[in-house]
Design a protein around this ligand. Sequence first.
Ligand code: FAE
Length: 539
Amino acid sequence: MIRSPRFSRRRLLGLAALQSAAALGLHSVGTARAEARDQDFVPALVVGTGYGAAATALRLGEAGIRTTMLEMGGLWDTAGADGKIFCSMLEPDHRSMWFRDRTETPLATFLWLDVINKDIEPPFAGVLDRVAHPGIDVYLGRGVGGGSLVNGGMAVVPERDYFERILPEVDADEMYGTYFPLANRELGVNHVDPEWFETTEAYRYARVSRAHAHRAGFPTTFVPSVYDFDYMQRETAGEAPRSALDCEVIYGNNYGKRSLDKTYLPAALGTGNVTIESLHRVRSFRPAGAGYAVEVEQIDELGEVRAVKEIRCRHLFLGAGSLGTTELLLRAREQGALPDLDESLGEGWGPNGNVMLGRANHVWDPTGAEQSTMPAMGIDNTADPDHPVFAEIAPIPAGLETWVSLYLAIARTPERARFAFDAATDTARLDWRAEQAAPAETAVRSLFDRINQVNGTVYRHDLFGGTRAFESSFTYHPLGGCVLGRTTDLHGRVRGYDGLYVTDGALIPGSTGVNPFVTITALAERNVARVLAEDVRGN
Ligand code: FAE
């Protein structure tokens, strides 16, 4: 079992750099060696600080290549007036959402009452964004660490046969023998103690759902996590400050979670070659000399543009996520900077078959007032030939008994959408149609109709606005837009342009069948290893 990420001297150096940036109120972080050099040119520029970007920057730094990471969100390491860096879901404030005056949570209502969302001000560079597209909204993390700051920590390796179907040209032996284990190790993936799971109040909700699934003949499985389960045990024992046990997740965890700012990013900083600039939003880029010139807006936490910079680089790695990376490339083509980008750019986008739903339990089946926000179990019905579904058993972190079982189900469907650039709004827009969620809902319904039937339970119709039982109008898992082997070559090199790479979820064609961040990380590790061997070394 992999217990914790490697505590190398390098990572400790990087953590120290992050802490001193916090103490000094800086938005830029790096060790002295990296910061002392020319600021207008770097050999490697990485856009974003999520999974793909972080793995890439670590390997570039280790190879001795001076690298700057540009992140539009903030550096989440300074406590607010309440002594905490992040706010809780029960008392959200301006830190919760990216420039909003009201929260926009996945659950819209409870008993049809508008009691979940709260007014927040001032509009601020908060940690969670919800980006509206026609037919679907996309949740994203904003800040140094990207989605790792807000996600549920579930670290799942996809089933090999499904991975081979999604990315048939990628060597699965290499992925399953080398890069998935490497990603798990660096991310600090760990497993819940099964004995403790059986007794703790924190997972009563998961045990109730497990019993209902088993009664209906469906298998369940433990889900690995990047939340430190030893820490969680100490939380429940009252020996450590609470986070998973204090309703913290989508607006950030103050403790316990091994987000990227605890793992890959300090390791990258500790190489002495990597610098991170937060509140730096990349607007556009163009070929310049033997590399690229990148236009960047430096913003403050209230959204004011404080400076516009041009940074030149030889190698440009796009790790801004499925939406961010695809938008930057589409804008570059629209504006004529990169006219030869492959015509597949924008295609192959999917929401990873996400469908959320709730079930109403009997009064004798309470799910518990004190629920861990970190899911640790899923219903694995992926062997079903007609309706393969993996459904994570999700918490309702309400702080009181609700008798609700909540799930985020992941269905495998071939439905895909395409991004096109909309010059009027200067953004990439998806053409996803709400009806495209129907196959995923059908698959999920087939699983949960059976569970309800056998257990004599019903769906909740009061949670998502209106009366619908299935919520597929948002996704946590945007994937695709610059698909590996189509818009890029088989190692993420953008076709038609030397020195330009995609390194994030945009590479994956719309589905992984499970939660995607381990796959994104492992693929980035694989790609950067090849790029370092063939393109970058010696520059
Ligand atoms: P990502 O992590 O999104 O990072 C992209 C970064 O680029 C962000 O920090 C952006 O702010 C930044 N950026 C974007 N545009 C620009 C620009 N123009 N200039 C500068 N910076 C920019 O990308 N996945 C799991 O596997 N397990 C889970 O339990 C799970 N739970 C989730 C829960 C929630 C609420 C959410 C929102 C997501 C969840 N996910 C989960 C999905 C996972 O976090 C997501 O797939 C990855 O974060 C995507 O990684 P990327 O490297 O593609």
